[in-house]
Design a protein around this ligand. Structure first.
Ligand code: PMV
Length: 314
């Protein structure tokens, strides 16, 4: 084992959340400069591996359950690696995990933390996973966290490329032209599994109506993939607005999201929508250029966003 580190990006869903759970295509992009990190340090004085959740200043010793709540997701990753990928030494190392990705805001925090840990620990054992293997193992962990995830988060974060994703299909990388996006965080945390369950219950009452909405969202995602490739930000914006209307019909938006979406549009966004599970979390807007994106980002803060940032798709 050697000392090393790994990291993984955040992500946003540009089109197709929720419908993707029911087999429709969706588009996700990585946010390269907002990341989760994991570091493995070799320390001969450590008799049992030490796990540290640095942001929360919580430490635990591997093998000494019960674990503090905050380190359980980290322990699950370690167990999965040890049981399926490579046997880890029983002593002499420490794993430190920290993240710049806010939790529960639709930015892929749980998948990014899992993937950063898998990258760090496998590298420290000189074991190198293919993208396919990374997607497979991180999906196992997403299932533990979210119940019935589509797999879009762990796939886009494993590949760190914009993708057109469809459940049970090979992800199709998209080569987008340059485009400017703004993300605004409502500051409201929401569990993805709860919102997905809410949609599932509503669909069970009214399957035809819901499946029709999902199909419309799928069509928007396909059209969105073309508009991204062509660099047609205006069209991307129009499609995002249409997608948002359908997400409202699924009842996954919220007053806080609608407020930030309106604020972005008023300041010149070509379009805006919630991103991720909804009922809180983040929204995303597309802008004509970097200057407009910056103006929208500061407007979102004035409108009450907990944070906002711009990201450029190259
Ligand atoms: O993890 P989030 O909040 O970005 O949401 C994932 C998107 C959903 O379509 C709502 C769920 C899924 O598994 O695809």
């Amino acid at each position: 084992m050697i000392s090393t580190h790994g990291s993984a990006s955040a992500k946003i869903i540009l089109f197709g959340e929720h419908a993707v759970v029911y087999g429709q295509p969706a588009i996700a992009i990585p946010i390269q400069d907002v990341r989760a990190f994991a570091a493995v340090s070799i320390d001969a004085s450590v008799t049992k591996p030490i796990i540290e959740a640095k942001d929360l200043q919580i430490e635990a010793t591997l093998g000494q359950a019960p674990y503090p709540e905050a380190v359980i997701p980290i322990i699950k990753v370690i167990e999965l690696i040890d049981q399926n990928i490579v046997k880890l030494p029983k002593s002499g190392w420490r794993l430190t995990v920290w993240s710049k990705i806010p939790i529960g805001r639709g930015l892929g925090s749980s998948a990014a933390i899992s993937i950063a840990i898998i990258r760090a620990l496998t590298k420290s054992m000189m074991k190198f996973l293919s993208p396919k293997e990374l997607i497979k193992y991180s999906f196992e962990l997403e299932k533990i966290h979210h119940g019935t995830p589509s797999g879009i988060d762990n796939t886009v974060i494993s590949l760190e490329k914009p993708i057109l994703f469809r459940k049970d299909h090979e992800p199709a990388p998209i080569q987008p032209a340059s485009m400017f996006f703004v993300v605004g965080d409502t500051g409201v945390s929401k569990k993805t599994s709860e919102v997905v369950a809410q949609v599932a219950e509503a669909r069970a009452q009214n399957p035809e109506q819901y499946d029709h909405i999902f199909a419309q969202i799928g069509t928007i995602a396909r059209q969105g993939s073309l508009a991204l490739k062509e660099g047609d930000a205006k069209r991307v914006g129009k499609l995002m607005n249409e997608n948002q209307l359908l997400l409202q019909r699924l009842d996954v938006s919220s007053p806080e999201l609608d407020n930030l979406i309106d604020a972005a549009r008023v300041k010149g966004a070509f379009g805006a929508k919630l991103c991720g599970a909804g009922k809180g979390g983040c929204m995303v807007a597309v802008a004509k250029d970097g200057t407009t994106a910056n103006i929208i980002a500061s407007e979102l803060l004035k409108a009450g966003a907990a944070r906002s940032f711009t990201t450029r798709l190259k």
